[in-house]
Write a protein of this length. Structure first.
Lengths: 340, 331, 306
């Protein structure tokens, strides 16, 4: 695992809760991962697992009320973002840490030209004048592969296709050469051939700019394609954290295994998919024990009653599962089977 | 696993011939029709009894429009749709209503297609009332039976759609379709909105129901992994045209059309050691209002020759179960 | 845009023909004969009959209608039965006051309404929000004549800050404009609030925040321009109510405007003036609607003009 000095972002036991009339929703409730300079970290999980809330928490963009970061640390270059003032955070957003979103259709302001929307961030953070910022915006559009960028810059978002808009979002996010790009399901709304273009572009720009990427996705294919390391989330917690290589070769957590088995594959035929039974628990009433226990094929008495801690291996990978502890009260054979 | 090659002696259930769906665009001072969106432009295909034919393609290729045109949810511009030999498009509104129970549809968004003010028993009861085979006093029993087929519990019968998760709502949608005892079910992106773990449950359910009730599926999806799992045959569409249609194995192992090849190579494979050669297409899909002359794919095709720019390629057979519309295919 | 405006202008013709027809029919149904009123008390049957022929009132209603429409297209609105002056001149003498009043009131409606709405939306559920919404509710419910009289009593009679009645200086304008604009301001405030609350939930506002923009820039640059779209529609609708409201307010503040002209003409069965007045008011209304739709499309370019 990484040397200490390589770490640019270190998230420790992050907890973001929502205080609503229906009760407290523990949307993010124990998220740990670290991100190295220049690498891509995948944040993987299904809807409601808290991956998007985690990314919004890093930029402190959670609407408050009802949301609030109630615990943990977000260390960006050693400084805890949870303790920064709003003004300090504004200087970081869009400048040192940028973000792109799932819906390129709605993430751009419909009433301003795309050039203006890119130039705005340059004027704000780089103290550029109007002319200079506009020229740089056109350069950025060229960089992200938009043909005739001078003309495109003057157009409004509705004149562009979905793929083009996501390129504009990337241009906007990278205009100030951020150290971290958070990409929240950046290709989910796009067609596969356009997805391939966008992922290719992101990889190319990452190499050119040397930035780190947090890739939030539900698609294990995208993870295999882009990520160096992966944090798998389930019901607000990180359940497994390891290198992408390890994750696919040797998934440890039963949820990770289940996720992989439920995926219809392009390269092999199976008569029946091994679906994970049941549904994701409600964030208002989480199981007392392991949150995956009600759906886990290996769950025991221990799993149902006591929450497992995040267990760290010598190589730095982590797993939150009783099976890998000495306290495990189930069949020890299962543990090795699952691990294979 | 046994390969599910289509048997040519199998009886066709649905035959679509020269189907066209052109939507008018109004304009000018008097609001006349100035142009058309050629959403589906002269396509033909057949679905045999008991098989699953999938239509794949990217947004705007016309796959959902095809499904809607078959059901006459939008009235098609031209062509014939023979269901068990009868032309659906020639039927009166009333005949079509009677016919609809044989052709059911499951949509992407189960929540939008279920009335939020109706309980599960009301939703399914309504379907049974339309179908009108089960006598009224036995309907509740039948509803419970239907819930059993789709993996819902009898005690959930009086609940409302909002009390269910996305996957469960899709199960209700499936139960509603089953209530009609249909012959053909059109699944329009039926699992696309679901998380993978839930998607797998619903796919397994669809497969087992197909066996149990000898159902025929027209499965419309953009997800090639899902399509590979569920289909017997696959039809690839691009800008309103069929570019390739083949049995599953032949299509995935030996794709002939450059678009199919690009589509398959574009999908990220969830296996870190299987890095594949990727064909990245340049640019976006052209507008279906003024589609390119000749082969519609020639503007993005890495192999396009002059002939592709002028001459529309027809579907030609590679072998019994594999047809492709490309001038360069090794037919 | 040019095609769109041309089409809209052409569409105005049937609307205006309809307006004239409706006014014609209503005036027929109202009891009272203009010939009798004009000939004066105790005039002979013969005088009245002569008067009728002179005014063209003996013709069938459709003939009168066609004749009138033909005249209108030649720019002739007829002659006032009461003053014998051309209707056009009568209206032009009164129109400026009404337009000034309407513009001043719309200004009150838009400025007051939007400021209150923005404050309300940005401080949702705060004391300021609740206060503004309560006042807005009152503003919608108060009848304008009552509000007008109360304002006159308080500011003109008691405090003697503004003239009691009449028209001419900016001081004359303030109380009538507030009277007429308040109800609209209340509606615009509520619309602005809900529109702003809707816009701030949009994805592009999240994008703006992720860029590191200040709250004020996000609200006034990124949110407001989008929120304006439904507000413009409401303001356009308010203008219709406003034209109707001028009648009352002109009466309360004794302003010689178009509204009073029409009301007086109705009382006198001065048919040409009523028709001319309603026609001019309708034309203004239809043009304002067109303006609103053009603005709407300017701000919402995603809508195809055709």
């Amino acid at each position: 695992m990484p040397e200490q000095q390589d770490i640019i972002l270190d998230v420790r036991n992050l907890q973001t809760h929502f205080f609503t009339e229906d009760g407290v929703s523990k949307a993010v409730d124990g998220v740990d991962f670290s991100l190295n300079r220049g690498e891509t970290l995948g944040l993987v999980g299904e809807s409601g697992c808290g991956k998007s809330i985690t990314s919004l928490s890093i930029l402190r963009l959670i609407a408050s009320p009802p949301g609030k970061i109630v615990g943990g640390e977000i260390l960006f270059k050693g400084q805890d973002l949870t303790k920064k003032s709003e003004a300090d955070m504004r200087a970081i957003r869009g400048n040192e840490i940028s973000m792109i979103f799932q819906e390129p259709m709605t993430s751009l302001n419909p009433v301003y030209s795309v050039g203006e929307q890119i130039a705005e961030v340059l004027r704000l953070h780089q103290n550029m004048g109007r002319k200079e910022a506009w020229d740089k915006a056109v350069d950025m559009l060229r960089l992200v592969g938009i043909p005739s960028p001078e003309k495109r810059a003057t157009q409004e978002p509705h004149e562009l296709s979905g793929g083009m808009r996501q390129r504009v979002m990337i241009a906007m996010a990278l205009a100030c050469r951020p150290e971290i790009l958070i990409a929240d399901e950046p290709t989910t709304a796009l067609d596969v051939t356009i997805q391939a273009q966008i992922l290719e572009l992101m990889k190319k720009l990452q190499v050119e700019m040397g930035m780190s990427i947090i890739m939030i996705t539900h698609d294990l294919g995208v993870v295999a394609e882009t990520c160096d390391r992966v944090a798998v989330m389930y019901a607000g917690k990180v359940v497994e954290y390891t290198t992408a290589q390890n994750l696919f070769a040797n998934p440890r957590h039963p949820y990770t295994v289940g996720l992989m088995n439920s995926l219809p594959r392009l390269d092999e035929d199976v008569e029946e998919l091994q679906a994970i039974k049941g549904n994701v628990p409600s964030p208002f009433s989480m199981p007392v024990g392991c949150r995956f226990a009600p759906r886990c094929p290996h769950a025991t008495e221990l799993c149902n009653t006591k929450l497992p801690e995040l267990l760290e291996y010598a190589d730095g990978s982590k797993v939150r599962c009783w099976m890998y502890t000495s306290e495990w009260d189930g069949d020890t054979k299962t543990a090795t089977e699952v691990g294979v | 696993m046994m390969t599910t090659q289509t048997n040519p002696t199998k009886k066709p259930l649905l035959e679509v011939k020269n189907l066209k769906q052109h939507f008018p665009i109004k304009g000018g001072i008097l609001g006349r029709t100035v142009n058309h969106v050629k959403a589906v432009d002269d396509i033909s295909f057949t679905i045999h009894e008991g098989e699953t034919l999938s239509i794949v393609g990217e947004s705007g290729c016309g796959k959902s429009t095809t499904g809607r045109a078959i059901l006459r949810l939008d009235e098609p511009t031209g062509g014939t749709v023979l269901f068990e030999g009868q032309d659906l498009l020639a039927m009166s509104k009333k005949q079509m209503r009677d016919m609809r129970k044989h052709l059911q549809v499951i949509f992407q968004d189960p929540f939008a297609s279920l009335n939020p003010r109706q309980s599960v028993s009301a939703i399914l009861g309504e379907a049974l009332a339309i179908q009108n085979i089960v006598p009224a006093h036995q309907r509740r029993e039948r509803i419970i039976e239907l819930l059993g087929y789709v993996g819902l519990r009898p005690d959930q019968i009086d609940r409302f759609p909002h009390e269910f998760s996305g996957g469960q709502r899709q199960r209700i949608g499936i139960a509603r379709a089953l209530a009609m005892q249909p012959k053909l079910i059109i699944c329009d992106e039926a699992v696309s909105a679901l998380d993978v773990s839930i998607q797998a449950q619903v796919l397994n359910l669809l497969k087992s129901l197909q066996k149990q009730f000898k159902l025929t599926y027209l499965f419309i999806s953009h997800d090639l992994g899902v399509v590979r799992h569920i289909s017997d045959r696959v039809m690839v569409m691009y800008l309103g045209k069929v570019v390739e249609i083949a049995d599953k194995k032949s299509l995935f192992d030996n794709p002939q059309h450059p678009y199919t090849q690009a589509l398959l190579s574009a999908i990220p494979v969830p296996d870190i050691n299987k890095k594949q050669e990727r064909i990245i297409l340049r640019g976006d899909v052209p507008s279906p209002i003024n589609p390119p002359q000749g082969c519609r794919f020639h503007t993005r095709c890495p192999y396009a020759i002059d002939r592709c720019k002028t001459e529309v390629p027809g579907l030609t057979s590679l072998h019994d179960t594999h047809q492709v519309a490309c001038h360069l295919a090794q037919v | 845009m040019f095609v769109y405006i041309t089409r809209r202008l052409l569409q105005m013709i049937p609307v205006l023909l309809g307006v004239i027809l409706v006014v014609f029919l209503i005036m027929q149904m109202v009891p009272g004969d203009p010939a009798v009123l004009l000939a004066g008390e105790g005039a002979s049957e013969e005088t009245i009959a002569k008067m009728r022929t002179q005014l063209g009132l003996d013709q069938p209603i459709m003939v009168q209608y066609v004749q009138y429409v033909a005249n209108v297209f030649q720019g002739d609105l007829g002659t006032s039965l009461r003053s014998n002056l051309p209707v056009w001149d009568e209206i032009m003498a009164r129109l400026p006051a009404t337009i000034e009043l309407a513009v001043a009131s719309i200004f009150v409606t838009v400025v007051l309404g939007m400021i209150a709405g923005i404050i309300s939306a940005t401080k949702q559920y705060s004391a300021a929000d609740i206060t503004i919404m309560v006042i807005a509710l009152l503003g919608v419910s108060l009848p304008s004549f009552w509000l007008g009289l109360s304002l006159i009593y308080t500011f003109s009679v008691k405090l003697q800050l503004f003239p009691v009645a009449g028209w001419g200086t900016w001081k004359h304008m303030i109380l009538p404009a507030i009277t007429l604009g308040t109800a609209g301001a209340a509606i615009v405030a509520r619309m602005t609030r809900s529109s702003m609350l809707d816009v701030v939930r949009q994805d592009y506002i999240r994008t703006a925040k992720a860029k590191g923009l200040r709250e004020t820039v996000i609200i006034y640059k990124h949110a407001l321009k989008n929120a304006l779209i439904p507000i413009i529609t409401v303001v356009g609708l308010q203008f219709g109510f406003l034209l109707g409201g001028t009648v009352l307010v002109e009466s309360v503040f004794a302003i010689n405007g178009l509204g009073r002209l029409i009301v007086d003409a109705i009382r006198m069965r001065d048919l040409p003036v009523v028709q001319g007045g309603v026609l001019i008011a309708s034309i203004i209304f239809v043009f304002v609607n067109l303006l609103v739709d053009v603005l709407y499309r300017y701000f919402n370019k995603r809508i195809d003009l055709n």
